[in-house]
Design a protein. Structure first.
Length: 277
């Protein structure tokens, strides 16, 4: 059985997210650690977390994927913004230990005219300051679409970051299907070649999760606009190939399509049917 879920609202707490997952037949899910625009996070309710851990064990929901606020920029030219990203992510990793053994995903950031090499060095510097040898959370770099000065639109850029991280055994990659498509990787017509390149550059052992999104844009648009599965330029057949792929099918899938809870339920059902054929 495939591991598939979607992005869920964390506004009502951990146990509520687990209940929402069960409603739509999800056995994993993603959530924002705090307001997606950044700022303070709610205090951890330990009673809620304990109930959540019991519920996820009972329903076999795992692993969960926490997503950092998308406004964080670990490679900003402004040292105050870099420091804010570092403090926020360090706090998130402490909070993640209440739900041990899961994953934390973030967008590498935008170098804003400093150049990729400078941006990469800032990101790695931050990771080297916040990762700890005893943490149980795996931190994931997300593949990006290459909008503006985004870092992470090529596998080589992600590899550059990973090579500079001291505790790289705590690191991995989340592949976003919309982002790689918008970044110029033709997963619709050349999925195996794209995976071969990923393996040669980064290593498929580093691939820990997949954001399953169609794209509103043609290949290589560098825009990042998600579409529902089968309603974009990537096409439904590609997603059937992904969830039945001998390597990818073993990874957890997270939907970030423009949907409500019922819509996510329909997409989960559609992918489960394909995987079970």
């Amino acid at each position: 059985m495939i591991r598939i879920g979607c992005h869920l609202s964390s506004s009502k707490g951990y146990q509520a997210m687990a209940k929402d997952a069960v409603k739509i037949d999800a056995n994993t899910f993603q959530f924002f650690t705090r307001n997606p625009r950044g700022g303070n996070a709610k205090a951890i309710n330990e009673k809620d977390v304990k109930a959540f851990l019991l519920k996820t064990e009972e329903e076999d929901i795992s692993p969960i994927l926490a997503h950092a606020p998308y406004t964080l920029n670990a490679c900003s030219a402004d040292p105050r913004l870099r420091d804010f990203a570092k403090r926020t992510m360090a706090d998130d990793l402490v909070r993640m230990e209440y739900t041990p053994g899961n994953m934390y995903n973030f967008h590498p950031g935008c170098h804003v005219k400093q150049g990729v090499d400078v941006g990469v060095s800032y990101i790695a510097e931050m990771l080297n300051e916040i990762l700890t040898s005893d943490q149980t959370t795996t931190v994931l770099l997300e593949t990006m679409a290459g909008k503006g000065s985004e870092i992470g639109a090529t596998f080589q850029e992600l590899k550059q970051i990973l090579d500079l991280v001291d505790l790289s055994d705590h690191m991995g990659v989340c592949l976003d299907t919309c982002h790689v498509w918008d970044g110029g990787y033709d997963i619709a017509n050349h999925l195996e070649e794209v995976l071969d390149e990923f393996d040669q550059v980064i290593g498929l052992n580093r691939l820990k999760a997949i954001h399953l999104n169609d794209s509103q844009n043609p290949l290589g648009a560098h825009k990042d606009r998600h579409a529902r599965l089968g309603e974009g330029h990537i096409g439904i057949d590609t997603f059937y190939k992904i969830v039945t792929h001998p390597i990818l099918s073993k990874l957890p899938f997270y939907l970030e399509t423009p949907n409500d809870l019922d819509g996510y339920g329909r997409e989960i059902h559609m992918m489960r049917e394909a995987a079970d054929l």
